[in-house]
Design a protein around this ligand. Structure first.
Ligand code: SF4
Length: 328
């Protein structure tokens, strides 16, 4: 099974690279208020081999300079202001929001964004918000980050700290690749046929995130051909990306593997079948990582191709070398 739509790791030409926005300090750029950085090894040294990373520091971009007095979020946590920590008279909320608006349009072709946590500009969630008197008032979203996410609610967005969790890391990378495929479908000009094809290729991936999502999206594509395709595709894309945000559980992956095993039934002898079942159970019980039964299953499908499984991306979407599905 191959998937021509998955681009290879970045090449010198870089023409097929998937592009991600990233908070510049995570790449080791000395752009923080204290002229330091927050180099993140996974983002800067590993993901950079797979994606073209586009560094952005909104605070430097709006002219705050480095080093600079720190800012923080103040006021209503759902609609905070970014003001100087020492001089609350300095309010950069509008400047950060305007820059976020500009960059959201300029970066429209990106397939994901990695943000620095806890930042009053870049933080995706749970950023400290203070009252006017300086007391903790709740948690909010960085001003720049909020604008990026508001402009493109389908964009996969994650923070560097959360990427240390293997399940959240896999979820984010899976969403980036899926979103890239969605962008390609939209760029080609979606038709009823291509939307059905897209859904078909993602059936097992969706099943791993919850059968209810697969059923709901299946009902949507069943309407392809009987209602305006652009409107249907817009609704489908939003539901599709929302479905992938649900973490795929061990039980759901187990269901997918047994479902896929059904397509091997008439090809495998009793011993191979028993071995496959045993490995899936071991994964289910947390004794081996998911990649173990998946690797054996890939092997069997290479020897016994099945048209339905050939179209599925579930077993093959993972970029080699990122060690996904390799944890207990
Ligand atoms: S968190 Fe954002 S604003 Fe702060 S230094 Fe990093 S890139 Fe710049």
């Amino acid at each position: 099974m191959t998937d021509a739509s998955i681009p290879p790791p970045n090449t010198a030409e870089g023409s097929t690279a998937i592009r991600l926005g990233v908070s510049a300090c995570l790449l080791g750029q000395a752009v923080r208020f204290d002229a330091g950085h927050k180099h993140d090894r996974f983002v800067a040294d590993i993901l950079s081999d797979y994606f073209e990373l586009l560094p952005v520091c909104p605070e430097v971009a709006i002219g705050l300079g480095t080093p600079r007095p720190p800012i923080r979020l103040v006021g209503d946590p759902s609609d905070p202001h970014a003001v100087g920590t020492r001089d609350p008279g300095v309010d950069v909320t509008d400047a950060l929001a305007e820059y976020g608006h500009t960059m959201a349009r300029r970066l429209e072709g990106i397939s994901g964004y990695i943000l620095k946590s806890k930042s009053p500009s870049c933080g995706m969630e749970r950023v400290k918000v203070y009252s006017e008197s300086g007391m903790p008032a709740g948690q909010g979203t960085g001003i720049y980050a909020a604008e990026i996410m508001r402009h493109n609610p389908l964009l996969p967005v994650e923070e560097e700290g959360r990427l240390n969790d293997p399940v959240l890391r896999e979820n984010f990378i899976e969403r980036v690749y899926a979103y890239r495929r969605w962008q390609e479908l939209m760029a080609e000009g979606v038709t009823a046929e291509s939307l059905v094809g897209f859904h078909t290729r993602h059936k097992l991936i969706l099943m791993a995130h919850g059968k209810e999502h697969l059923r709901e999206l299946g009902r949507m594509v069943a309407r392809a051909g009987s209602e305006p395709i652009e409107r249907l595709a817009e609704a489908y894309g939003a539901r599709f990306m929302a479905a992938l945000r649900h973490k795929a559980t061990r039980r759901q992956h187990t269901d997918v593997l047994f479902h896929a095993l059904g397509y091997l039934k008439r090809h495998l002898d009793a011993d191979d079948k028993a071995e496959m079942v045993e490995l899936i159970h071991e994964y289910r019980q947390g004794r081996v990582p998911l990649i173990v039964p998946v690797t054996l299953m890939r092997h069997h499908f290479r020897r016994h191709p099945e048209p339905y499984m050939d179209r599925q991306l579930y077993l093959t979407w993972q970029p080699a070398g990122l060690s996904l599905w390799n944890h207990i």
